[in-house]
Design a protein around this ligand. Structure first.
Ligand SMILES: C[S@@+](CC[C@H](N)C(=O)[O-])C[C@H]1O[C@@H](n2cnc3c(N)ncnc32)[C@H](O)[C@@H]1O
Length: 216
């Protein structure tokens, strides 16, 4: 989707998590990746992942709240944020990234989208915490309103939620049920995770995540 990818770009991975994408970015042509997350244990995992893949010499890591990013303006050729821009808010995040991306650079994010109208009450309840979930069309408008060009977008298939996320999560829940029995806080975590999976399994036709690739 990116017509002329800059050579050896300096990439910021915002909310990098355990680092799968960070390492993929390093493997697929990034010059330097600056991986940022506010959880030190995530940054430890990114470092370990990059080390084991032999790409750590081009990785810089930052433990920082994305709401307090202090990079100079126009510091990056590419800003990548998979499943994490919601922590800033979709529009506020795009505005922040606009300051940090160089003119002519690229911003790539994924975020929650409605696939069809009139979701059932339990779906509305589940997404209450993220009021910026919206249709793909509305997200594209927000992107354009913030001075980006849309280079491409696609909606994740249901398998993107299940194969590497909810299926393994269900296995982990089954393992933890016995260990955590009688610990109210832990049981509440399991129950919340089960509810999330159930909402998805019953209603995944109403919502998903979409990937948006844009030029700045
Ligand atoms: C859903 S995970 C996505 C991780 C990774 N991008 C991926 O796709 O696998 C969201 C990440 O954002 C991080 N995060 C959440 N709020 C943050 C904040 N305010 N500042 C920095 N990182 C944050 C979390 O620690 C977590 O690693």
């Amino acid at each position: 989707m990116i017509p002329s990818f800059p050579k050896g770009p300096r990439v910021l991975d915002v909310g990098c998590g355990p680092g799968k994408q960070t390492v993929e970015l390093l493997r697929s042509g990034a010059g330097i990746v600056v991986a940022l997350d506010f959880l030190p244990e995530m940054i430890e995992r990114v470092n370990a992942e990059a080390e084991s893949e032999g790409v750590s010499d081009r990785l810089e890591t930052v433990v920082q709240d994305m709401k307090e990013m202090t990079f100079p303006e126009s510091s990056f050729d590419v800003i990548w944020s998979e499943g994490a821009i919601y922590n800033l808010g979709f529009e506020a995040g795009l505005r922040k990234f606009k300051e940090l991306i160089r003119p002519g650079g690229y911003v790539v994010v994924s975020d929650a989208v409605w696939l069809k109208p009139h979701p059932p009450a339990e779906v509305v309840e589940f997404w209450r915490e993220y009021p910026e979930i919206d249709t793909v069309a509305a997200k594209l408008e927000t992107i354009k309103r913030n001075g980006y060009t849309v280079l491409g977008h696609f909606v994740f298939p249901a398998s993107a939620w299940t194969d590497q996320y909810y299926d393994p999560m269900e296995e982990r829940i089954a393992e933890k049920v016995k260990d955590w029995r009688g610990i109210p806080e832990a049981e509440a975590v399991l129950s919340e995770a089960r509810n999330e999976i159930s909402v998805f399994r019953h209603h995944s036709d109403y919502f998903s995540y979409a990937f948006f690739v844009m030029g700045s």
